[in-house]
Every structure is written in C-alpha cells, then in structure tokens.
Design a protein around this ligand. Structure first.
Ligand code: NAD
Length: 342
C-alpha cells in the first residue's frame, strides 16, 4: 500500500525525534511491503524564520492533500516574545482547525518496564495504569472569541468557551466507539455545577450515552475519559506524569475522514535540543497510532509497539527514563534499536 505522509519536524528536538520515527516507518514499509512517501513542510518557529508566518498556506495545502500528518514539536525561547497571533503555537491551533481535527486521543499507559518512574504508590498502581483521554480539540476557550479590553480604567482580557450540540456529539461518539474496543467504560469530565457550556456538554453526553447501553457511563474506575478542550489539555498533561516520562506518550488528532495528525504530547525541549538526548519513543508510538487509526494497519502498528517493548525490556533507556542497571542511549541509537527490533 502507498501512503503519503506530510512531515512537520518543527523546532528544538522536533527534527531529531521525527527522523527516528521516519526511520521506523521505513522499516515497517520494507517488512510489510508498504511505501511511505514523506513530504516535509514547515510550521512553527522555523516557518516564522523562513516565511514570516507560523503556518504557511503551502503547509496546510500539503497536509490536506496527504493521507496523514506526522508532527514533532514547535516553539522555543527564540520566538517567546512574539505577539500571540504570530507565535509558533498558533501553527498547532491553525492546523487542527484547518484539518478539522476535533478529537485528540491521548493514551496514558504505564509501561511495566518503567514502573519505578511512576510517582504513585505501588498499591494505587496495582496491576498497572492504562487509560485514554479523548479531548475535544477545535472548540472551547482555545477557539472562542477573545479580547484584551479595558475595564474600569485597567487592562482586562477574556476568552469565551462555547460549544454547540453537534460539536459535543461528535467527540462523544469517538469516545464511546473507542470504549467499545476497550474496557467498555466512559467518564465525562465537566464543570456543570458552574459553567453553562458544561451543562450543555453534560446534557449531550448523557443523551449519547443512552445509545450505548453496553458501555458503563461514569464508572468508578477510569478507562476512556471524554472532556472539552481546556480541561483535556490540563488532564492529559497530568495523566502523562503517571507514566513516568512525557517522552513516552503519543497522541492522535482525528476528524471526519481518515486523515489524522500524530504527534508526541511533549514540547520542543529546547534545553536538550541538538544534543542527541531526546527520547524518540513518544513520536515513534505516534507513528504506530497513525498506522492503526489512519491506515488500518493494525499488525504493523502492533509491530512497532512490541519493538519498543523489546528495547525497553532489554534495558535500553534515554536520559529521561534512565534507572540503575540500564544502558543509556541517545535519540538516534534508540531509533536504531526500535527499528532493528521490527
Ligand atoms: P517540553 O515538553 O518541551 O519540556 C519539558 C521537559 O521535558 C524538559 O525538561 C524537556 O527536556 C523534557 N522533555 C520533553 N520531551 C522530551 C523527550 N522527548 N525526551 C527527553 N526529555 C524530554 O515543555 P516546555 O519546556 O514547557 O516547552 C518548550 C517549548 O515547547 C515551548 O516553546 C512550548 O511552547 C513548546 N511546546 C510545544 C508543544 C507542541 O509542539 N505540541 C507542546 C508543548 C510545548
């Protein structure tokens, strides 16, 4: 099968980690008889430097014309002082909006090989942690009307959280469909005791839940969590902590079609950029999610996951997940090891 993948390496460690994920995809192509054609495009700080804007139209066009998008990370201190509308992060919001990627899927799974890195007590961790947050991605406060105003002679600002029934419905269905393939539990997170937008959110989710009688809704144990954009951003960052390192967690952003965007949940880590120290596993696992969700290549996706597991079981670690008795490797070597184990 031939697939075209738009590749946004981005800033900081972006180019290093994406290069390793491309290496792993090439190996999958070789092993399973697929051809992945990579089309590199600019977004973020490097795009500002090259073109003056964080998300050039050419990037949007190529992403839209591709079968999927692989992204590293954008941003860094060089662009931190720019005004909001031209900051690298605008590229992320812009591309999510342009591709209508309304559901962000973030699994948080504690890898048994990294159990020591989990900050929770062993009795809480029990047999392990394995949950998925489905975050609404193109609505709420991040996309609503915003303004800097003057109130009583002083500077003030507001952002608006607005959701329509159909916006809530479509992301809720993604969560319930995902729950069907997992442990059949969905928890919805809102603040319906205070926020009007949350009351609408709850009303819609409760109605959709009735269409899925086989799924336990708001159970006592989490499995799939569905929530709006801002709450989802905070919850997924917190959930990443329980897995030991932010360098391990992939994500998928999905819309109506099979075209999705796949990226690690961490940022561009400017503190370790260009030093071959970054952990490429989150990006490699994002590529695995791409194979599963966009290309229907389940066994190829599992081949990547099991290669990552083998490398960790053999004791290889990048600096962020190193522990006693393990072998320290760099970003490139970690990519080579995963690739060799496919
Ligand atoms: P960050 O995730 O880049 O880094 C936080 C810490 O985690 C740092 O100590 C970093 O070295 C470490 N880290 C992150 N990824 C790692 C990896 N793969 N391997 C090893 N260590 C890793 O968050 P930050 O420092 O708050 O942000 C840095 C820049 O990234 C900022 O400009 C921010 O706006 C941007 N950012 C981009 C995205 C994105 O592109 N999706 C997301 C978050 C932050």
């Amino acid at each position: 099968m031939k697939k075209t993948i738009a590749v946004i390496k981005g800033d900081g460690i972006g180019p290093e980690i994406v290069t390793e994920a491309m290496k792993v995809l090439d190996k999958i192509g070789e092993r399973y008889g697929h051809e992945f054609e990579f089309k590199e495009v600019l977004a973020g700080g490097c795009a500002i430097d090259a073109t003056g804007e964080p998300l050039p139209q050419n990037t949007i066009d190529i992403c839209k014309a591709s079968d999927s998008v692989l992204l590293g990370a954008v941003g860094g201190p060089k662009w931190d002082t720019l005004e909001g509308s031209v900051r690298p992060e605008r590229a992320l919001l812009g591309i999510r909006g342009a591709l209508e990627l309304f559901a962000n899927i973030r699994p948080s799974k504690l890898n048994p090989a990294l159990a020591d890195a989990c900050p929770l007590k062993p009795e809480i961790v029990g047999d392990g942690i394995d949950l998925v947050v489905v975050r609404e991605l193109i609505g709420g406060a991040y996309f609503g009307k915003r303004e800097i105003i003057e109130v009583n002679g002083e500077k003030a600002a507001y952002d608006t959280t607005q959701y329509s029934v159909s916006e809530v419905e479509r992301v809720t269905r993604v969560a319930f469909e995902m729950a069907k393939k997992r442990r059949k539990k969905v928890t919805s997170v809102d603040k319906a005791n205070v926020l009007e937008s949350s009351r609408l959110w709850r009303e819609v989710v409760e109605r959709v839940a009735k269409e899925y009688p086989e799924i336990e809704f708001n159970p006592s144990q989490f499995d799939v969590i569905v929530t709006e954009n801002l709450f989802g951003d905070i919850l997924t960052d917190e959930a990443s902590m329980i897995t030991g390192s932010i360098g391990m967690i992939p994500s998928a952003s999905l819309g109506k079609s099979s075209l999705g965007m796949y990226e690690p949940i961490h940022g561009s880590a400017p503190d370790i950029a260009g030093q071959d120290k970054a952990n490429p596993i989150a990006t490699i696992l994002s590529a695995a999610m791409m194979l599963k969700y966009s290309f229907d290549m389940d066994k190829e996706s599992e081949a990547i996951e099991s290669a990552v597991q083998k490398v960790l079981d053999k004791g290889y670690r990048t600096g962020d997940i190193i522990s006693e008795g393990c072998t320290l490797v760099g970003c490139k070597e970690m990519g080579d090891l995963v690739s060799e184990n496919i």
